[in-house]
Ligand binder design. Structure first.
Ligand SMILES: *Cc1c(COP(=O)(O)O)cnc(C)c1O
Length: 394
């Protein structure tokens, strides 16, 4: 553990190139937890997805600050690996991304917000347009400002979230084709791609292929991470993986084909004894049924570790790992702290300053999601800002 935290190569390093490590957030020894993000695993995952999708282009979705792991380090690494098309949610992310990926094609998934055409042009960003009103505004902007930076058209094939209806998109096709609007991508999005067997996927794909036929010559894209694994037919011209890049399993019913990216360890602030009948934490929801030893770790719901994993007298909660052993969370998870029952660990084996594993070899990010009553996506995008962030293999 300690070794991997050093941020500068040791002075007596041999000729062997030490993997450089960048960091963000507070220094590791001052932080309540250490979040290690393996950038070589992100790159390896992108290459796995690219290989699975060839000859389609493999883009990368780095919205929500690179799914919580850091937009800049992730995008920089993927650019170097050869990724040339990125998707983010909004303009603020697009502007940040443009700084580290000066030549990339960058799409803004949330579309064209009113009056923001100039920001798209200034930063060479492409809106993912999903309504007639957006097209009208984009048309007006691009013709007045002679901007031809391109845009995507989002066609809704069943999500009912963003995108034009199939009928609308069909009606627009002749205009868009004839007037050379600079359409650079036609896209849609799966509703339930993680269920590869769902008939919905085939239905959506068929609808999308029908509409695609009306937009001949425009590259088309429908597959997210899970979509890549449904069927080769879903790859079309470009795939848009997000979560799988970060190690979450895109095939939940099967073995995870991705490499783990995230490791999270949190520090023990104090070890204490609790007598039989005493309670631990707010609202006294957990009572010691035996003389107990409790380790308090410096991570709470303000760090994105949800209260849903609290353990009380009625129902056991989640666990964290100390010395490879699973230790029950007892009492309410509070804002900054979580209590673990370590009574079953050897006496005096846990001390102040030790680290408990939240995400790591013992439990992957998908399993943490399950423990917290959510999904790996939310675990990652909730990761707090107080952890020391160590970017490994940068
Ligand atoms: C977030 C998003 C993706 C990436 O989805 P993952 O499931 O994370 O791979 C792709 N396309 C659209 C439209 C999205 O919103």
């Amino acid at each position: 553990m300690q070794g991997s935290l050093s941020i500068s190569p040791s002075p007596d390093a041999s000729d062997e190139p030490a993997p450089a490590t960048v960091s963000a957030g507070p220094p590791a020894d001052e932080a309540g937890g250490v979040l290690t993000i393996d950038l070589s695993a992100v790159e390896a995952n992108w290459k796995i997805l690219r290989a699975a999708s060839t000859p389609a282009e493999c883009a990368a979705v780095v919205k929500a600050d690179g799914y919580g792991l850091g937009l800049e380090p992730v995008a920089t690494r993927l650019s170097k690996a050869g990724c040339t098309t990125f998707f983010v949610a909004d303009l603020s992310e697009g502007k940040r991304l443009r700084k580290v990926a000066p030549d990339a094609d960058i799409y803004i998934l949330n579309g064209l917000a009113p009056g923001t055409g100039q920001v798209f042009a200034d930063n060479n960003l492409r809106p993912v347009i999903g309504s007639a009103a957006e097209i009208a505004e984009w048309d007006a902007f691009t013709s007045v400002h002679k901007w031809s930076g391109g845009f995507a058209l989002h066609v809704d094939t069943g999500m009912n979230r963003l995108g034009m209806s199939i009928e609308e998109a069909a009606a627009f096709a002749p205009r868009i084709n004839s007037e050379n609007h600079g359409l650079t991508l036609l896209m849609s999005h799966f509703v339930a791609a993680q269920f590869a067997e769902s008939s919905r996927n085939a239905e959506q794909l068929q609808s999308f292929r029908d509409i695609r036929a009306l937009y001949r010559g425009v590259p088309a894209s429908i597959a997210n991470s899970s979509g890549i694994f449904i069927d080769q037919a879903a790859h079309l011209d470009l795939v848009r993986p997000g979560v799988a890049l970060y190690g979450v399993n895109p095939t939940p019913s099967k073995k995870n084909p991705m490499k783990p990216v995230v490791d999270l360890k949190v520090r023990v602030a104090q070890v204490r004894d609790v007598a039989f009948g005493e309670t631990v934490g707010y609202d006294a929801t957990w009572t010691a049924r035996r003389p107990s030893r409790i380790a308090v770790v410096t991570m709470g719901y303000a760090d994105g570790f949800f209260r849903s994993a609290s353990g009380d007298d009625q129902k056991p909660g989640g666990t964290l790992f100390l010395q490879g052993r699973s230790c029950p969370i007892v009492g309410r998870i509070s804002m900054d702290l979580t209590a673990l029952d370590i009574t079953d660990l050897p006496e005096r084996s846990v001390k102040r300053g030790d680290f408990a594993t939240v995400i790591g070899e013992e439990r992957d990010v998908d399993a943490v999601g399950e423990m917290l009553g959510t999904i790996g996506y939310e675990v990652l995008t909730s990761l707090g800002r107080r952890y020391a962030r160590v970017y490994k293999n940068d």
